[in-house]
Design a protein around this ligand. Sequence first.
Ligand SMILES: Nc1ncnc2c1ncn2[C@@H]1O[C@H](COP(=O)(O)OP(=O)(O)O)[C@@H](O)[C@H]1O
Ligand SMILES: [Mg+2]
Length: 213
Amino acid sequence: MTRNLFITFEGPEGSGKSTQINKLCEYLKSKGADVLITREPGGTFAGDRIRSILIDKSSGDLEPETELFLMAAQRNEHFKKVIKPALDKGKVVLCDRYFDSSMAYQGYARKIGMERVKKLHDEFLQDYLPSSTILLSISPETGLNRVKERAQKNPDRIESESQDFHLMVSEAYEKLAKIYPERFIKIIADNKTPDDIFEEILKAINEKYGKLP
Ligand SMILES: Nc1ncnc2c1ncn2[C@@H]1O[C@H](COP(=O)(O)OP(=O)(O)O)[C@@H](O)[C@H]1O
Ligand SMILES: [Mg+2]
């Protein structure tokens, strides 16, 4: 098993991140790998409390920087207390959303600027970037339809954002895949079954790291 395998899953709301990260986790475990699966915002007790502030509608509008600093605070706990120690022990770490979500949501869609978001992370975290980031790319139409579907249920504070906001998020991810071509594995996830998407993810990972166990 390749050491220091740190794989994050990114993409707009409803793109299939949680579905695919669970599949990869099960697959790797079935091959005997020591896997930590985690998520952001969250991943620690304090991080989950910060998550509530971020996604509960009762928080109302937050200043963009407030959102960024809350994201950064939970990431500081998560990376230093959970992710880094697991990587140091040789575990495979799979994380549902991470740094690139802040680049897309706070940096781009909230207009703080991706460079500022990156600079902030460089100041308080070291060696924090994942080895690979699986981007589940869905067309704006599919994305907006899924957001609308969710909106009929009980959308959280971020899911309730405007269509324009969600379009900006999608646009940001496409930009990020171009900024970090070595790290990003972009998978077109429209009109494909979860099994088909997973097959593509596995193929891409095997090509990048050599055959997994
Ligand atoms: N390839 C797919 N095709 C159709 N529906 C899917 C696919 N992958 C996931 N879903 C469904 O779409 C919804 C969102 O998937 P989820 O994995 O929760 O996305 P995310 O974690 O990115 O928000 C879920 O109801 C899930 O069952
Ligand atoms: Mg999810």
